[in-house]
Design a protein around this ligand. Structure first.
Ligand SMILES: [Zn+2]
Ligand SMILES: [Zn+2]
Length: 350
């Protein structure tokens, strides 16, 4: 993929229905209907669920917290492992993903945020924005700290290689089990359909909810400049990404559940990997950031008290809102954001 012009306006651009990516995206959904042809087995469902969990972790732990926010450190070979597993989710390469995500944090819910439901509507924010030419290019300047690695550029340029290779492995696994353990009731095609189509489409929509629903439904602990929300259901589905208001307030942290009761399985997995020495320097949530929560909550409750909960809940962020929130945000979250988004001058990998 070449570094062609990158869109900077928010305006919804029409979907490019005949781009290969759009046709492939629709095809992935239609492929799910093949379950009626290949049938069901518990082993195929289990493999699809495991493949879902691995890729959700790779997206949240690596594509998001590592490549987009540098929330921990790792070796070059393990960063590549995370990138390969993430790219198996058919959400393009790590550089494209991180570049768009960094832009989301710079502009969140304001002019130029291409997947803000408040700017472009729910469905476009959920699964329209990446189906057109304008958002196809990778803004390498936004990810220059990682764009220097040829292996990551390879994954970005040939973003179908890994997903198709894994699809082939799924087929091979099913065919092998059919031969050696026919009582499991699976086949190559059955494993392929459940693993490649059904599991991937589930990963798609769970990931997309963070762009769409996590800016619409849930509670706001911090008075961020956007309309990000904390949502337990989304946190459970996405391995901890549902604590999205926390995350927008302090994106630099390796954890998005800021308290023990905010379940964040991605963070638990990162801690496990740190015990194994595979990742290190997991960035914590500073005490002063948590202290901000009480002050912001008081302010948000005062605001909510002036509106009915229903209205407050559905109210889009306006320019006036964003300006009112700015002084609050200026304290901790902007510092965290700047620290996260400022591309380091030197390679921090060991
Ligand atoms: Zn967001
Ligand atoms: Zn983020």
């Amino acid at each position: 993929m070449n570094n062609t012009s990158v869109s900077t306006s928010t305006a919804r651009t029409p979907l490019d229905w005949f781009r290969p990516g759009t046709i492939g995206f629709i095809g992935m959904h239609l492929g799910c209907f093949l379950v009626f042809w290949v049938g069901f087995s518990w082993v195929a469902l289990a493999v699809a669920a495991l493949y879902y969990a691995i890729r959700v972790f790779a997206l949240t732990g690596f594509y998001h917290r590592y490549f987009s926010h540098r929330a921990f450190r790792t070796s070059r070979w393990f960063q590549f492992v995370g990138a390969v597993l993430g790219s198996a989710a058919l959400q393009r390469g790590p550089l494209w993903w991180a570049a768009h995500h960094r832009r989301h944090h710079r502009l969140s819910d304001h002019e130029g945020d291409v997947h803000s439901p408040h700017q472009v509507g729910f469905w476009y924010s959920h699964m329209g924005w990446f189906l057109n030419k304008e958002n196809f290019a990778t803004d390498f300047k936004s990810v220059h700290d990682f764009a220097k690695y040829p292996e990551l550029r390879f994954l970005d340029k040939y973003d179908l290689v890994v997903p198709l290779a894994f699809g082939g492995l799924l087929f091979g696994l099913g065919a092998l089990l059919e031969a050696v353990a026919p009582n499991l009731g699976t086949t190559g095609w059955q494993m392929f359909v459940w693993g490649f189509f059904v599991s991937t489409v589930a990963v798609y929509h769970v990931t997309y909810t963070i762009n769409s629903l996590a800016h619409l439904i849930g509670r706001r602990r911090f008075a961020t400049k956007d309309d990000s929300r904390n949502n337990l259901v989304l946190a459970l589905l996405t391995g901890g990404e549902g604590w999205h208001n926390n995350h927008h307030h302090y994106p630099a942290s390796a954890r998005q559940g800021f308290y023990w009761w905010e379940i964040d399985t991605t963070y638990y997995a990162l801690v496990l990997l740190s015990w194994l020495g595979l990742v290190w320097d997991l960035k914590p949530v500073p005490a002063k950031v948590l202290a901000q929560a009480g002050r912001d909550e008081t302010d948000l409750q005062a605001e909510t008290g002036r509106l009915s909960p229903q209205v407050e809940h559905q109210r889009p962020v306006s320019q006036a809102d964003s300006h009112r929130h700015v002084p609050l945000v200026e304290s901790a979250s902007n510092r965290g954001l700047k620290a996260t988004l400022a591309a380091p001058s030197q390679n921090q990998l060991n």
